[in-house]
Design a protein around this ligand. Structure first.
Ligand code: ZN
Length: 156
């Protein structure tokens, strides 16, 4: 209990909101996808976060997305929230959300981001520059996974 009390007085309390702590402790979609169509590896040397992302896209729709790896609470929570949020979105929507999420963390955390829904719990990370790369790692990795496939497709 005393530990929790200290945590609540901590100036970082806004950063470690309940939803973030929950997703960091019990990450959703941790594992591998059975029919991988897109995948990429991500690494954040600043913090040591690394993750491997697997995605199954069928009929231009994200059917499944899972990740594995080791990282801090912020990077794990962000990957967990991302994979949950993007399920059943089409590729165009996913690309737009990636752009908007990264923009929220790097440019404009204060403006409203209605498309981001629950993901806005991570907006506070903007105030902690050392943590921004932790929060955006999964998103850059997804971006790489989606682009890699597009590149292959264009050569065919
Ligand atoms: Zn980190």
């Amino acid at each position: 209990m005393s530990q929790l009390g200290e945590q609540l007085r901590d100036p970082l309390r806004e950063l470690y909101q309940e939803v973030i702590i929950d997703h960091a402790r019990n990450p959703r979609n941790f594992g591998t996808v059975s029919n991988v169509t897109h995948h990429a590896e991500g690494f954040n040397p600043l913090c040591g976060d690394q993750l491997s992302l697997e995605v199954e896209i069928e009929n231009n729709k994200i059917k499944d997305a899972k990740f594995k790896g080791t990282g801090c609470a912020i990077s794990t929570a962000s990957a967990s929230l991302m994979t949950q949020f993007l399920k059943d979105k089409n590729v165009g929507e996913a690309e737009q959300i990636v752009k908007e999420f990264i923009d929220m963390l790097t440019q404009s955390p204060k403006i409203e981001h209605p498309n981001l829904g629950k993901l806005t719990v991570l907006a506070g990370v903007h105030d902690y520059p050392a943590r921004v790369k932790c929060a955006t790692l999964a998103w850059h990795t997804l971006d790489a996974a989606l682009k890699r496939e597009a590149k292959i497709a264009s050569t065919e």
